[in-house]
Design a protein around this ligand. Sequence first.
Ligand code: BTN
Length: 241
Amino acid sequence: MEILRLEETESTNSYAKEHISAMADKTVVHALRQTCGRGRLNRKWVDLGENNLFFSVVLKPSDVFKSVYSNLTQYASVILCKVFENYGINPKVKWPNDVMVDGKRKICGILCETVVEKGSLKGIILGIGVNLNAAQNDVENIPDRVVTALNLEIGKPVNADAFLNEFLDNFFENYDKFLSEGFKFIMNDYLNRNCFLEKDLKVQVLNEIKSGYAKNINNKGELILQTDNNKELILNIGDIL
Ligand code: BTN
């Protein structure tokens, strides 16, 4: 694993995408500042200052896509929860990979992008932003979302490098095992930290909104929604609204 350290870039995901051919498997692109950070659903990821984390993990597990790769964000969300737990907070996962404090305040975000060229998978970019040190005013000014940062939760500043190293050590410790065993490998850890099951949900799936009762997660990490007419919907992508 190699960490490429940048002072400033538009987006570590965009940088990784642009330079993916020259990057080895498990290269981490880390930037102190992001001028145009991107989130899911075409949202922006606001830069809350240099002591927060903006990084992208470039993975090149094979040149064909395997279904386990779509669970990588869930794997990362569990690892992030575990690192946060070592700092004394217990955030929970909102399917598929949002890490939330008290089920409502977002503390980090994951944007996974795949790069495919001529039918061959060139790599997977797992972009992660973690709010570690932010001012209360700044988090309150972020549009569309209720946001928090680790320093605001524990009442003291956090060392960003230490957090990053702990995340990467944990992530790569079981990465190969996760790839060979799939979602089942993290199923218990994921379910024990969920904050969405047994609730009525609205889920945005592409341009549609699906409503239903969150019954369970299957062994592929998909969400099983029970609709009003007692049908089961199995969702493998979506955003809980
Ligand atoms: C989300 O919307 O929840 C995902 C946010 C992901 C933000 C991170 S910050 C590092 C990487 N570079 C980006 O432009 N986005 C991701």
